[in-house]
Write a new protein. Structure first.
Length: 483
C-alpha cells in the first residue's frame, strides 16, 4: 500500500475524473434503458472517478486470518481526537441553540450528505399508499387490527423501474384514541427464515418471553414493520433499480448521490407520511427501530426526519453509531468494499484509500447528535458474539454526542465510564445498554420500552373485546403523499 502526503493526496483527488468502468455517458430520459452493472463493476467505476487504484482491506471475521478484526482495546484508538460537534468550520465555538440550528447543524448535515451517506434528491416522486387488507385478529391476548399496505411510487419518469414499498401497521382494536407506534425497519420474512438457520441465538432470544410486538402492545401502543429492500435493494448491482435507480432513470450514481441507507431512511419517511393520514395513529409519537444494517438506517432516519419522536438503534456498528476512528471489529474498509459500499455515497470510498478515517470531516457521534433533542437508545450485544459492531465504540459516540444534548437543555448519558454489561443507562435523553447475548435486539427491548415510556404515552384501551379473527375485511384504499 502506497502512502501519500496530504498535499499530494489533495492534488490527486482533484484531478479530472475518468469515465467509470467503460460506461458511456448518456443523458438519461424516460426511454433510456437502465444500465446493469455488477457490484464489482460499479465499485471499480467509483474508484476510477475518484482516481483510486487500491483500497485498504477491511477486517476479517476469521481469527486466524492475517487481517483478523482487532478485539484488543489497547489497540482500538489510533485516532483518539474526534471532530468537535460544537465548533464551526471557521473555528468559532457554538454557544447557543440558535447557533447550533442555524450554523453548526447545517455544516454537519452537509458533510454527511457529501462524504458519507450521499444526497437525497430535493424532489422525489409521490407515493400513493394502498391499504390492501385490514385483518382483525389476536396477538397473544390483545385484539388488534393489522393493515397491510403498499406504497406505490410514481414511476412516470422511468416506467421500466417499479417501486412498491411494503408496510404493515398493527394497532390495538380497543384503543380509546390515536396510538403511538413503534416502526421496525425489518428484513423480509424470507431473509429472517434464512438468518434463523445461520444465527440461531437471534431466534432463541426473540422467543424468550413476549415478542417485541407483544411488549409494545402491552403499553397500549401499536407497531409497524417496513421492509427497506422494497425501497432499495441491499446490493451494489441494484443501484440502477429501486428508488435510487428511478431518480437516476436507470443510470449509475454520481459520487455524492445517496446510497441505500439514505434511501431506506427516505422510505421510512414515506411511511410516516402514511401515518399522518391514519386517524388511528398519534403521529406526534412515532418511534423507529432497527437492528444491524437497519440499525444504521434507523439512526439515519432519526437524524434526517424530525417527525420521528424516538429511536432504538440496535447493534448498528460501522456506518451507524460506532466511531469510524476506532480499530475494533468491522472497519471502514469493510463498509467501503464491494459487499457494503452501496450503503454509502461514492465519495466515502476515498477514506479507505488514500485518505484515512481520521480525514473524515465528521464521525458517528455527530450523526447521533443530529437527533437532538429527541431521545435515542443505543444498544449492542456482548463482545463475545457481537464484537463486530464495537459496543464500546457506540458507547463512546453516544458520550460524545452528549455535548449537543446539553447545549439544547437535555440530559446526556450521565457518565463517561463504560458500564458493566447489562447495566441500563436510561436516566438521560441519550440511553445505552449492552446485553449478554449475541447479535440480536431482543434482550434490550424491555430496557428500551422503559426508557421510551418516559416520553411516549398511549391513550389507553377499552375493556370491550371487538376483535373477531374469523371475519377479516378489506378497507377502502387511502393515499398519502411525501412532503
Amino acid at each position: 500500500m502506497r502512502w501519500f502526503s496530504g498535499v499530494v493526496v489533495l492534488a490527486f483527488l482533484l484531478q479530472p475524473a475518468k469515465s467509470g468502468a467503460g460506461v458511456p455517458h448518456q443523458e438519461p430520459n424516460a426511454t433510456t434503458p437502465p444500465v446493469h452493472l455488477t457490484a464489482e463493476q460499479d465499485h471499480q467505476r467509483i474508484m476510477d472517478l475518484l482516481h483510486i487504484t487500491s483500497l485498504r482491506r477491511g477486517a476479517d471475521g476469521d481469527a486466524k486470518s492475517p487481517y483478523a478484526a482487532n478485539y484488543d482495546e489497547a489497540k482500538a484508538n489510533p485516532y483518539p481526537k474526534l471532530p468537535d460537534p460544537l465548533t464551526l468550520k471557521n473555528g468559532k465555538v457554538v454557544k447557543s441553540a440558535k447557533e447550533w440550528w442555524e450554523l453548526r447543524r447545517p455544516e454537519i448535515v452537509e458533510d454527511f450528505d457529501r462524504e458519507v451517506y450521499g444526497r437525497a434528491p430535493r424532489e422525489t416522486p409521490a407515493v400513493v399508499w394502498e391499504v390492501t387488507s385490514a385483518l382483525r385478529e389476536m396477538n397473544g391476548d390483545v385484539p388488534v387490527v393489522t393493515k397491510k399496505l403498499v406504497g406505490h411510487v410514481d414511476n412516470s419518469a422511468c416506467p421500466s423501474i417499479k417501486v412498491d414499498i411494503q408496510l404493515t401497521l398493527t394497532t390495538p382494536a380497543n384503543a380509546l384514541g390515536p396510538v403511538p407506534v413503534v416502526m421496525e425497519l425489518s428484513f423480509s420474512p424470507e431473509f429472517m427464515a434464512a438468518i434463523a438457520k445461520r444465527i440461531p441465538e437471534m431466534t432463541a432470544s426473540a422467543n424468550k418471553g413476549p415478542t417485541w410486538q407483544q411488549q409494545v402492545l402491552a403499553k397500549g401502543w401499536g407497531y409497524a414493520v417496513l421492509i427497506p429492500t422494497t425501497v432499495q435493494a441491499d446490493k451494489g448491482d441494484g443501484l440502477t433499480d429501486g428508488i435510487i435507480g428511478l431518480l437516476n432513470k436507470g443510470q449509475p450514481r454520481k459520487l455524492d448521490d445517496w446510497g441505500a441507507l439514505r434511501a431506506w431512511a427516505w422510505g421510512a419517511s414515506r411511511a410516516m407520511d402514511y401515518f399522518e393520514t391514519d386517524k388511528g395513529v398519534d403521529t406526534r409519537q412515532i418511534g423507529v427501530e432497527g437492528h444491524s444494517r437497519y440499525g444504521k438506517a434507523a439512526l439515519v432516519t432519526m437524524a434526517y426526519d424530525p417527525r420521528f419522536a424516538i429511536a432504538y438503534v440496535s447493534s448498528s456498528g460501522a456506518g451507524g453509531a460506532a466511531l469510524y476512528r476506532r480499530n475494533f471489529g468491522e472497519q471502514i474498509g469493510n463498509v467501503a468494499g464491494t459487499g457494503e459500499y452501496h450503503w454509502m455515497a461514492g465519495n466515502f470510498l476515498k477514506y479507505d484509500g488514500p485518505l484515512t478515517p481520521n480525514d473524515l470531516p465528521v464521525d458517528s457521534h455527530e450523526l447521533i447528535a443530529l437527533s437532538a433533542p429527541r431521545p435515542v437508545f443505543i444498544g449492542a450485544g456482548a463482545t463475545q458474539g457481537d464484537g463486530w459492531v464495537d459496543g464500546r465504540g457506540m458507547f463512546l459516540a453516544t458520550v460524545a454526542a452528549g455535548a449537543v444534548y446539553r447545549l439544547l437543555g437535555k440530559k446526556d448519558l450521565g457518565t463517561t465510564e463504560f458500564p458493566p454489561i447489562e447495566t441500563p443507562l436510561i436516566d438521560g435523553d441519550l440511553a445505552y445498554r449492552q446485553h449478554r447475548a449475541g447479535h440480536t435486539p431482543a434482550p434490550n427491548w424491555p430496557a428500551f420500552l422503559t426508557f421510551a415510556s418516559r416520553y411516549i404515552k398511549g391513550p389507553g384501551v377499552s375493556a370491550r373485546v371487538t376483535a373477531n379473527p374469523a371475519k377479516p375485511h378489506t378497507e377502502v384504499p387511502c393515499s398519502g403523499r411525501n412532503r
